[in-house]
Design a protein around this ligand. Structure first.
Ligand SMILES: [Zn+2]
Length: 655
């Protein structure tokens, strides 16, 4: 048996697994055509408007990434380097009537202007993008580094034009404002040639009916609720200027946490109040690993550096909006165990490709993977023709942790790990943003990897069985305690991660518990050391949609998030938008994930009121988004024109 490769630095954290969301060409969900004549009901085949790739995310890949112990310390970040900003308002509600500003948007380096591609529903001729120039409003200094300061802002109409058409809901409480372009000189081959690095700027949105949390303040820099802790650390993030994009002071923040909260968590998830602009979606940093057989991840314990007495296993950072994503959260947690096996060696010397291959699972069959180098969890490889060919399919959901992950957690034995086919051409989807079109052929040559090969390469898995997991959530602010609204927001979404059901996203990503096959509970409640524990009873699963969530209409009541087959639901209410005064038909579209069969029901608007009933049939079972369309007469034709309102997801029609 070969020994795992030794990582020769003791006492520093040895893995820093990263999530990098797909670098989509522009946006994954293009805006629906506005004012298009609805000759028939809107179609939902594989059109870009309804492609099931969710959050429009656009970020660069991290290339050449290695765990920090394997690479020299970064001297200085590449300039210019976008740092962080304040979203104003901090959370955007559907009833927000004002505009948006990104206050004190900091960029390390001497930069006078920045180019920003804002998403725009009305910029039809320009691929739904408006190119803007941000001009520096001043400079400042952090630890001797020159910082350029920008203060871009948009009025209400521009904000709606950018985000009003994007799907949102409890399963996706964020939207992309646009993409920041940062010039880079390319490598030696074409020196002097300009390339750009692209950073998605995503906004934090809040549903209207997030329950208010009880909050206890401990001191001027510490408060907590039932499932979230808030710490004030004025220099939090400054480490990025002397380190790298992962240089946030998570060890210091963890030690602060333990002065007031119990050392009983396997992990701590940190969220900065000031969203950070970085080339990753989240990261998971192992601080202790008691399990042998995981490959390049050795058995080690660095928990003392974080203030934990051998309990803490990892810290995580969610830089902007990714904490609220089931896929990002479970992807990050799974990095506790995956994927540090040497798949190139296991599969006979194949060349790895995709994101950070040293810590992500290769393109393989069968099964979906949360921390995939080539595919994200919404896609997997299906066998067709009795094994004569392989194609990309949509993961049907709820997406499960891969058997190799459950084996590494100790949940199943080696005999339960299926033989795997690892494809030789790992780079075949590099332009497909981790979610190739359903039906795309997979270049067929593959190598078989059996669990015996893994045992021979990396030895048996030995160590504790991880049949329970716990994670504290800490929001760190540079500038004072969070507001009650912010505390309630983060508290709710931290509590929601512990749900055992009812939180599956439109595209099929369930709670962590369900991703483990209903085996591993995740607890996220906060245990203070010297103060009373707070308990909330609000439900986090199947939370209904508030009547005001669809801008432009006010519904008569909430829309249920769980609907039984056979049940009738009526979407009724009043048109409130003042955009026009001649709307005459309202339509409700129920769109199930992964199906071209949408439900499009319409009713006349009388006065300003409408009422659209629909009884759900067995064929309608699935996970739906609901979008309301307002029609008005077209003076030039017998058909009508239509204004779409926001699509809201998180509705399950269950048999
Ligand atoms: Zn990852």
């Amino acid at each position: 048996m070969r020994f795992p490769r030794v990582i020769g630095v003791i006492g520093v954290a040895v893995t820093l697994a990263i999530l990098v969301p797909p670098p989509a060409a522009h946006v994954a969900e293009s805006p629906p055509a506005r004012h298009a004549a609805p000759v028939a009901r809107p179609t939902h085949g594989d059109s870009p408007a309804t492609r099931d790739t969710p959050a429009p995310i656009e970020r660069r890949m991290v290339s050449g990434f290695a765990p920090p112990a394997l690479m020299p310390q970064t001297a200085e970040p590449t300039l210019p380097a976008p740092l962080w900003y304040d979203q104003n308002p901090r959370l955007i509600r559907a009833d927000h009537a004002g505009g948006l500003s990104l206050d004190n948007f900091l960029v390390a380096g001497d930069v006078e202007t920045l180019t920003f591609e804002r998403l725009s529903l009305s910029a039809v001729a320009d691929d739904f993008l408006v190119r803007e120039t941000w001009r520096r409003t001043g400079t400042t200094d952090i630890d001797g580094h020159l910082i350029s300061v920008f203060n871009p802002s948009w009025n209400s109409a521009a904000l709606r034009d950018a985000i009003g058409w994007q799907r949102r809901g409890f399963d996706q409480p964020h939207a992309q404002l646009g993409t920041l372009l940062i010039p880079r000189s390319s490598g030696a081959a074409n020196s002097g040639e300009e390339v750009v690095e692209r950073f998605a700027i995503r906004l934090r949105l809040t549903p209207l009916n997030v329950p208010a949390a009880q909050i206890t303040q401990i001191d001027a820099g510490t408060q907590y609720a039932s499932h979230v802790v808030n710490l004030v650390m004025p220099g939090f993030g400054d480490g990025r200027l002397t380190g790298d994009d992962y240089g946030l002071e998570l060890d210091e923040a963890a030690r602060r946490f333990y002065t007031h909260f119990s050392d009983e968590y396997a992990s701590i998830a940190f969220v900065p109040r000031q969203p950070h602009v970085v080339p990753y979606d989240a990261f998971h940093h192992n601080v202790r690993n008691p399990i042998a057989g995981l490959g390049a991840l050795p058995v080690f314990d660095d928990s003392a550096a974080y203030g934990s007495a051998g309990v803490l296993r990892s810290v995580e950072l969610y830089p902007d909006v990714s904490f609220t994503s089931n896929a990002s959260s479970t992807h990050a947690i799974s990095h506790q165990w995956v994927d540090y096996w040497d798949w190139s060696s296991l599969a006979g010397g194949i060349d790895r490709a995709g994101r950070a291959p040293a810590s992500h699972t290769p393109l393989l069959h069968p099964g979906e993977v949360y921390a995939g180098a080539v595919l994200d969890v919404r896609r997997r490889v299906a066998e067709v023709g009795g094994g004569s060919a392989y194609v990309i399919e949509r993961t049907p959901g709820p997406a499960l942790l891969h058997p190799t992950t459950r084996y590494r957690m100790g949940l199943i034995g080696p005999e339960a790990v299926p033989e795997l086919l690892v494809f030789e051409n790992q780079g075949q989807f590099e332009t497909e943003a981790f979610a190739p079109h359903v039906g795309t052929a997979v270049d067929g040559a593959w190598r078989r990897v059996h669990i015996n090969d893994i045992l021979a390469e990396h030895g048996p898995r030995q160590g504790p069985v991880d049949d329970a997991w716990s994670r504290a959530t800490v929001v760190v602010s540079r500038d004072g305690l969070l507001s009650a609204e912010e505390m309630s927001y983060w508290n709710f979404f931290a509590a929601r991660h512990a749900a055992t059901g009812g939180t599956t996203t439109w595209d099929g990503v369930p709670s962590f518990f369900e991703a483990t096959g209903g085996v591993v509970p995740l607890r996220t409640d906060v245990t203070p050391l010297h103060a009373a524990k707070l308990v909330e009873t609000a439900e986090t699963g199947h939370v209904s949609i508030a009547p005001g969530e669809f801008r432009g209409v006010e519904l008569d009541g909430p829309v249920p998030a769980r609907i039984a087959v056979g049940e009738s639901v009526t979407i009724s209410g009043a048109v409130t938008t003042t955009e026009r005064d001649d709307f005459n038909i309202a339509c409700a579209e129920w769109l199930p994930y992964g199906s071209a069969r949408n439900i499009y029901e319409c009713a006349p608007i009388e006065g300003n009121r409408f009422s659209i009933p629909y009884r759900f049939a067995a064929a309608d079972a699935g996970r739906h988004q609901l979008q309301i369309f307002l029609h008005y007469p077209d003076p030039r034709s017998p058909s009508s024109l239509v204004v779409p309102l926001s699509p809201i997801s998180g509705i399950t029609v269950a048999p």
